[in-house]
Ligand binder design. Sequence first.
Ligand code: OXD
Ligand code: MN
Length: 623
Amino acid sequence: MTDVNWAEDIEAKTNPHIRAFVEEWAAVTMPDRVEVVSAADDARLVQESLADGTLHPAGRGRYYSRSHVTDTARSEERTVVATADPSDRGVYNNWRPAVDVKQEVTERMRGASRGKTMYVIPYLMSPPGTPLEAYAAGVELTDDRNVVLQMIRMARVGMTYLSNLTDPSMFVRGVHVTGDLDSLGQGTPADQRLFVTIADERMILHFGSAYGGNALLGKIAHGLRLASYDGRRSGKFLAEQYLLLGIVDLETGERRHICGGFPSASGKTNLAMTLPPEVLSDRYRVEFYGDDIAWLWVDASGQLRGTNPENGVFGVAKDTNSKTNPTAMAAIGEGSGAIFTNTAYNELTQEVWWEGLTPEPPVDSAGWLDWTGAPISARTEEHRDAPWAHPNSRFTISLDQVPNIAADVDAAEGVVIDAVIYGGRTRDREPLVRAVNDAVAGVYDGLTLGAEATFAAEGVDGQLRYDPMSMRPFMSYAEGDYAAHWLRMIHEVAEPPLFAHVNWFQRDADGGYLWPGYRENLRALLWLCDYREGRVSGLDTPVGVVPLDTELDLVGLEIEAERLDQLLDIDIVRWQEELAHRVEHLEQFARMPEAIWAAHGRMARALDRQLSVVDRAGDSDTV
Ligand code: OXD
Ligand code: MN
């Protein structure tokens, strides 16, 4: 190592436990230099990246980067949760014994940072001072400067955030080593990548990528996998892949907070950042807290509270535009510090573009490069229609750039959670909104959350790809135990939140969407707030309470009565088919609590009863 005094330097800047951690892993990965960073280093690091071409300017105060072409998304197959306890093996978590996998990944990391700088990133997931702060501290070691810049936007970065630790040795130890991306055999049987969370040791070892959740260890590996393990082990909290938003009624002053889980491609970021429908914007303000992760705990008075542990947004660029997400468009404006990754880029004008930003790509292709860096103007006929941006291209911005950020987003006490919603893209069966009165039934609803399988890749048309609580890729321990932990937490809450299910994606016979979506989605959430307050009573059905068509505030929205009926309809036979699939889904999981099966049984019996009533009446099989 060239910097002979680096260890003393680190000791001076950090604490002896951090120094020992850095020394141990520097001896494995063998970087040339070691540097402790904080958010205050952002401008200098940006300059270094612009100078060496790993970042490009994308207008004033915005940047563009391209990842290796084989390294463009999280890899679920190569992601492993390891512990010493085999009962942590679940259906989804790729569990392996910690001893084996730790050795395997360590061997891959050996000497793999030679010639590079190892950056030491002290960070906090959660605002300072929350009751969960002890679980939020982490130190990531990375050999990629771009990862540092992304972490600075996504987490609270700097030693100041770790200087008040009650136990200075209690921080998540994360090591990220990029490896030689040209020769890792990505996607082949010889794939060298390995992304390991050793949950019971609070250690994260990721090798073989510099992209997103594979490399920014605060977000998914710590904020979700490890935190959900910590949450159960401590008995204190839940860590969920949920959005968190607030709705303020400007007339009455009423303030509600809603969090919820949505499988990918089900509109979570757009909903998290939504604004009220234009005609209701004098009456309501929607406040943004977070688009991807919520940590939830029960306070001393028995209220469920939540916070967003992240400090930024790592949003999917595709289809983001001023209709789908005006908030994001404002947040990534000039001077925002946004980093765009794997979008198209114009090297002459420094603009970025992605599919869906505008209906058509820019007409003049001069200067435009696709996400791989290839000039659009040089495309052959064969590649003419290939996307300009990678479908998983992203923008990274810090929360303070979001125009409707809630004033209390940093509050140590978090916010009271009034409702928990689930919603997956579903073409039929799921109504626009249904409230689930009983909290156990709400947990059952979350565990049976899914989105339509896309025909080719994932399964059978019309059948859901289940994604319990939208946590399928982030489960760190066995699903039955996860359900039991949820039930324990919910039973501690004096007045549980209202659970509900939403669906913006029902289709008509011609395949068109029945509901206009986007900002109009707030109308369903406003009905939930009214229902919670007892201002509306809805219609009781076997699967929950749906709005009466007179109860939704549809002012300014043209929607025919028949269409509305369809949006709120419960098709008993389709639901019975769905319940049969749910049995298969839930049966996979060891130790699924009896209370969850009981909730399932109640819904099944209610559907049977309804069907026999309908049959006797000789009516159609819908309510
Ligand atoms: C994800 C993300 O992969 O939020 O879920 O980036
Ligand atoms: Mn996510």
